[in-house]
Design a protein around this ligand. Structure first.
Ligand code: DOR
Ligand code: ZN
Length: 342
């Protein structure tokens, strides 16, 4: 195949940051995607309906002129989030979901939830209002191996949560294991997003010839058998699995450090990276539904009507792009890629 025409996709899991960083990264997403579910892990986080409205205004102001983009806002769940806040958020129409970070799990998660059961009153309201709960599905126990944190989260937290709230609509975000795939397949009212890095790379990439901080994200890359399970799920045509890049911009300096930040930046070339992954298993015919149909269907939003075109053409991913005080290194920098968005 030399040319691929798709309904314009949406990104169902995206970090846009704020201020100068927001201005630097947003044009990349706007070029490819019509809408995005915007993560609320700012400093301080987006905790209230009022915070979400103000952040949405800042995003709208950063959209390059003449371009169309719709940010879909989320609230950051804390131990103190009230059911009333969820009701106000739902009524606003702007807030499409609520994000759960276990306290201490990842970037800017220090305001996150210390014990998921503390949020049961909020979950009850969310279940009633059909407000999706987006899970960073990892436990934070120091005793649990970093490669097992998703699997243990499913067992210790997610299974009991689904028993307490069977109708709560859940998205298990950026899944990385066959355990997550199997759980999503076996349960109702749960879907999952899958990132390009987890489809394209296994954990060997973190140490290929030396330590490679630009492949470090959370949840961390896993073994090859898990990558295979994700690729199978993404290309299966099952509407429970859809696109969410988790593009998470950090400057080169903050990644190339003795204690580097977690996050891969893929907004530059996300749809091309997914095309590479789907083509690797001869499943390009499944890309459009994964990228453009199943997400809006889950969120009960209309599908986009515009189209984009990808051309079969080899190009090299740049080593660095302008960002803030230092540049930003895109996922797979320096490597060749064989699809290009026209
Ligand atoms: O790698 C990650 N980066 N994982 C997350 O959960 C957060 C994200 C970020 O905000 O940088
Ligand atoms: Zn994320």
């Amino acid at each position: 195949m030399q040319k691929l025409t798709l309904t314009r996709p949406d990104d169902w899991h995206l970090h846009l940051r704020d201020g100068a960083a927001l201005k630097a990264v947003l044009p990349h997403t706007v070029r490819q995607f019509a809408r995005a579910i915007v993560m609320p892990n700012l400093k301080p986080p987006v905790r209230s309906f009022a915070d979400a409205v103000a952040y949405r205004d800042r995003i709208m102001a950063a959209i390059p002129s003449g371009k169309h983009f719709e940010p879909l806002m989320t609230l950051y769940l804390t131990d103190n989030t009230s059911p009333e806040e969820i009701i106000a958020a739902k009524a606003s129409q702007f807030v499409k979901a609520v994000k759960y970070y276990p306290a201490g799990a990842t970037t800017n998660s220090e305001f996150g939830v210390t014990d998921i059961r503390r949020c049961d009153r909020v979950f009850e309201t969310m279940e009633e209002l059909e407000m999706p709960l987006l899970l960073h599905g990892e436990v934070t126990d120091r005793d649990v191996d970093v490669f097992d944190r998703e699997k243990v989260f499913i067992k210790q937290q997610l299974i009991p949560l689904k028993l307490r709230f069977p109708k709560l609509r859940v998205v298990l975000e950026h899944i990385t294991t066959s355990d997550a795939v199997n759980f999503v397949l076996a349960n109702n009212n749960i879907a999952a997003t899958i990132t390009p890095q987890h489809l394209l790379f296994n954990r060997n990439m973190l140490f290929k010839g030396g330590i490679r901080p630009h492949f470090y994200c959370l949840p961390i890359l896993k073994r090859e058998k898990h990558r295979q399970a994700l690729l199978q799920a993404a290309t299966s045509g099952n509407p429970k699995f859809f696109l969410g890049t988790d593009s998470a911009p950090h400057s080169r300096d903050s990644k190339e450090s003795s204690c580097g930040c977690a996050g891969c930046f893929s907004a530059l070339h996300a749809i091309e990276l997914y095309a590479e992954a789907f083509e690797s298993v001869d499943a390009l015919d499944k890309l459009e539904a994964f990228a453009s149909f199943y997400g809006p269907d889950f969120y009960q939003l209309p599908r986009n009507t515009e189209q984009i075109t990808l051309i079969k053409k080899t190009w090299r991913i740049p080593n660095e792009l302008p960002f803030i005080e230092s540049g930003i290194v895109p996922l797979g920098a320096g490597n060749e890629i064989t699809w290009q968005m026209a």
